[in-house]
Ligand binder design. Structure first.
Ligand code: ATP
Ligand code: MG
Length: 420
């Protein structure tokens, strides 16, 4: 029945030129989301509104599922639109719309009249409590030349609806159903709002570089930051032959899963083995993890600057493991010159898992493939590293580390990941 969607988005802070950029980014992401389903769509901005019009048959549920992945969308309104062929014809379409959208509203469930102040509005709520369903028509005339004004349209259509749905009532103050009729070039009819993900469209807040491992946390961290409109690049540290091809594939799969929301991700796969071996050879083993993490940050920062990112993103959370105590974070952070965004910093694992499940990364994250950090990990890593001591240990690497860093950077593979 529906042939279009009206997209509602948050309007805070999007005035003037920003509004144009915001809408352009939103349209871009909507097209990306809908390219994944069968059907042809046109996405357009018209007088401060974004419309998606179907140019062919399409699956309604699929379209809604994909639109729900577009950050910036607050509400998705399924729309029926008609050519303007006079008010009588419009009334027919509107009545048909109401009967189809709210079937059974004339059945015995709505025997009780009135809704108490605490009771929620909505058709389903009215059905549940067995009271009468109320509605109002809210006409809006963007085209002022239309022969009737909005009050007249409301009255005319309201009456026609009551004729075909005698068990509904009009309530202009707190209706269960608000039927919006927008008179533009065509006439748009809608009454339902499906909740969108919120956030800001990708690309409206620059770019960040995600340190993406195969774990549970980092995909969630990337998803969360990108929800604020941040475009994501990713870096993965790979240690063949200690870590396998399938461990790498798992990271590619995770990048792919989050790219459903974030858009295209350029994933850098850094060969970290030689650096890890060198640290293992030269430095105290209980400091391995911390020193390794400092080199990860340095390399990630190199790629971040090269790719125009304005910050690093990690899945770190205070106290989760030895390398994430406050002292460890301080020591790791000391090598960074870009801001490091850690959206999970105060999250409990259970809450991180909930998000991972909701974005469908959890099942992939828990596949039991080896991680480059766990292979060289000491039995008793330092939990309270002292920065000066770590810096001193790193001096033992001075002979070869620059060459190894350059080699790691030069041999890095870039994989372009897209959700299609
Ligand atoms: P995750 O579940 O994200 O792997 P974790 O609990 O295993 O996190 P750590 O191994 O201490 O924690 O890693 C902390 C953060 O460092 C990760 O969230 C990720 O951002 C980054 N990181 C760790 N290992 C790698 C890696 N091999 N490649 C890229 N980034 C990594
Ligand atoms: Mg990890």
């Amino acid at each position: 029945m529906f042939s279009a969607f009206l997209i509602k988005y948050g309007e805070i802070g999007i005035k003037g030129k920003n509004r144009y950029l915001f809408e352009e980014a939103l349209v871009h992401q909507i097209k990306y989301a809908l390219s994944r389903i069968d059907g042809e769509f046109e996405v357009k901005v018209n007088q401060g509104r974004v419309y998606v019009e179907a140019l062919s048959d399409f699956d309604f549920d699929d379209a809604v599922t994909e639109l729900k992945t577009v950050f910036g969308i607050v509400g998705i309104c399924p729309v029926v639109y008609v050519e303007d062929e006079g008010i009588e014809r419009l009334a027919e379409v509107v009545c048909d719309y109401m009967k189809k959208t709210y079937p059974d509203s004339d059945k015995s469930f709505n025997a009780v009249s009135g809704r108490s102040a605490e009771e929620p509005a909505g058709f389903e709520a009215s059905k549940k409590s067995g009271r009468i369903t109320t509605f109002k028509v809210a006409a809006r005339r963007a085209r002022k030349s239309y022969p009737l004004d909005s009050m007249e349209i409301n009255a005319y259509l309201g009456e026609k609806i009551l004729d075909v749905m005698p068990n509904m009532r009009v309530d202009v103050h707190k209706p269960d159903i608000t039927l919006t009729v927008e008179v533009r070039e065509k006439i748009y009819i809608y009454s339902e709002i499906i909740k969108g993900p919120g956030g800001m469209p990708i690309g409206t807040n620059g770019k960040g570089t995600l340190l993406l491992s195969g774990g549970i946390d980092s995909p969630v961290a990337g998803y969360m930051v990108s929800k604020r409109g941040v475009w994501i690049d990713a870096v993965y540290f790979h240690a063949p032959p200690y870590t396998s091809e399938r461990a790498k594939q798992k990271v590619v799969d995770l990048a792919r899963k989050i790219s459903r929301y974030t858009g295209t991700i350029h994933l850098k796969v850094v060969n970290f083995t030689d650096i890890q071996m060198y640290i293992y050879e030269k430095c105290p083993h209980d400091e391995l993890t911390i020193i390794m993490r400092r080199y990860m940050m340095r390399i990630a920062e190199h790629f971040a600057r090269e790719g125009g990112s304005m910050g690093l993103i990690t899945g770190e959370s205070i106290g989760q493991v030895a390398s994430q105590t406050m002292q460890s974070l301080l020591t790791t952070n000391a090598v960074c010159t870009l801001p490091v965004y850690r959206p999970l910093i105060a999250f409990d694992k259970m809450d991180i898992i909930k998000v991972a499940e909701s974005i469908d990364t959890y099942e992939t994250s828990i596949l039991p493939y080896e991680d480059c950090c766990t292979i060289f990990v000491a039995k008793h890593p330092v939990t309270k590293p002292v920065l000066e001591r770590i810096e001193k240990s790193e001096l033992k690497l001075s002979e070869d580390i620059d060459r190894l860093l350059k080699e790691a950077i030069d041999t890095t593979e870039t994989i372009v990941v897209r959700y299609v």
